[in-house]
Design a protein around this ligand. Structure first.
Ligand code: PXL
Length: 279
C-alpha cells in the first residue's frame, strides 16, 4: 500500500486555527501523512498577532532536507514565509523536488498583521512563484501579484493569466473576498480556465480558510489526482470546514477541517445503535 505523504512549509499559529496547525489537520482529515517545516513562530489568538519569531534559515532548510532524504514527499504546500532569506532558502531546497508544489502566497493575516514583509514580495515572485504547480491567491494577493484590480469574475480571470505569465504553472484566484451570493474560484492551468462555484456561507469563523484550502489541494495531489480534480475536492472540503467553523475566541474563530469527519462518524455510531436496538 502506498501512503500519500505531504509536507507543509509554513508558520505556526499558537491559536491553532491557521498555518501549520490548519495544514496538518487538513492532511489528516484527507487521509494523507503530514510533515512540517516551520518557518516562523507566531504568537496569536483569534483577534491579533502579537509577535513573530523567524526560525533561522539553516533550521528551515534542515527540516526540509531531513524529511525529503528519509521519508520523501508526494506533494508540498508552502504558506507563511515572512522574509526574503526564508523564501530563498525554501526555493533552493525545493528546486530539485519532483513532487507538485502548492504555493499559498500568504501576505496578511485575517487580523491585519503582515506575514510577508513588503520587501520580500519581489523575492517571492522571482524565486518561489516559478516553482509552483499551483498558486492560490485571494483577491487582494492576486492584485499585488498581477498589478491589476481584482473585483469580479472577469478580472479574476485576467489576474490568473497574468500571474501564470510570471511562471506559475497553475493559478487559482479565489473569490471568497469578492461580493456576491456565490463564491467562484477561477483556476487557470496549462492555458485552460475552470470555474468552481459554491454557495457563500456567512460566518465570522473563517480563520485558516486559505491555509486549509491550499493544504487540501496538496493532499489530493499527493494521492495522484489531477489539479482539476484536486481543486474541486478542496473547494467542497473548505465549504464544509467553514460550515463547521468553531465559535472560539473573541475574533475570527477557526474553520474546522475535521468537522465533516466527526459528523460522518456520529452518523455511523447512531446507525450501529439502531441496528443493535432492533436486534
Ligand atoms: O491565513 C494565513 C496565515 C498563514 N500562516 C499563519 C497565520 C496565518 C493567518 O493568521 O497565522 C502562521
Amino acid at each position: 500500500m502506498r501512503i500519500p505523504r505531504a509536507l507543509t512549509i509554513a508558520g505556526s499559529d499558537s491559536g491553532g486555527g491557521a498555518g501549520i496547525q490548519a495544514d496538518l489537520k487538513t492532511f489528516a482529515a484527507l487521509g494523507v501523512y503530514g510533515m512540517s517545516a516551520i518557518t516562523a513562530i507566531t504568537a496569536q489568538n483569534t483577534v491579533e498577532v502579537t509577535m513573530i519569531h523567524d526560525v533561522p534559515v539553516e533550521m528551515v532548510r534542515e527540516q526540509i532536507r531531513v524529511v525529503l532524504q528519509d521519508i520523501g514527499v508526494d506533494a508540498v504546500k508552502t504558506g507563511m514565509l515572512h522574509t526574503s532569506e526564508i523564501i530563498e532558502a525554501v526555493a533552493s531546497e525545493l528546486k530539485n523536488v519532483q513532487a507538485p508544489i502548492v504555493v499559498d502566497p500568504v501576505m496578511v493575516a485575517k487580523s491585519g498583521a503582515r506575514l510577508l514583509r513588503e520587501e520580500a514580495i519581489r523575492t517571492f515572485i522571482e524565486e518561489l512563484l516559478p516553482l509552483a504547480h499551483v498558486l492560490t491567491p485571494n483577491a487582494m494577493e492576486a492584485e499585488v501579484l498581477s498589478g491589476i484590480k481584482v473585483r469580479d469574475l472577469d478580472s479574476q480571470k485576467k489576474a490568473a493569466r497574468l500571474i501564470a505569465d510570471l511562471g506559475a504553472r497553475g493559478v487559482v484566484v479565489k473569490g471568497g473576498h469578492l461580493p456576491g451570493e456565490k463564491v467562484i474560484d477561477v483556476l487557470y492551468y496549462d492555458g485552460e480556465f475552470k470555474l468552481y462555484e459554491s454557495k457563500r456561507i456567512e460566518s465570522k469563523n473563517t480563520h485558516g480558510t486559505g491555509c486549509s484550502f491550499a493544504s487540501a489541494i496538496a493532499a489530493e495531489l499527493a494521492k495522484g489526482r489531477s489539479l482539476f480534480e484536486a481543486v474541486g475536492i478542496a473547494k467542497k472540503f473548505i465549504f464544509n470546514a467553514i460550515k463547521n467553523g468553531l465559535p472560539i475566541g473573541r475574533g475570527h474563530g477557526p474553520v474546522n477541517p475535521l468537522g465533516e469527519l466527526y459528523r460522518a462518524a456520529e452518523k455511523f455510531a447512531v446507525l450501529e445503535d439502531m441496528r443493535r436496538a432492533v436486534k
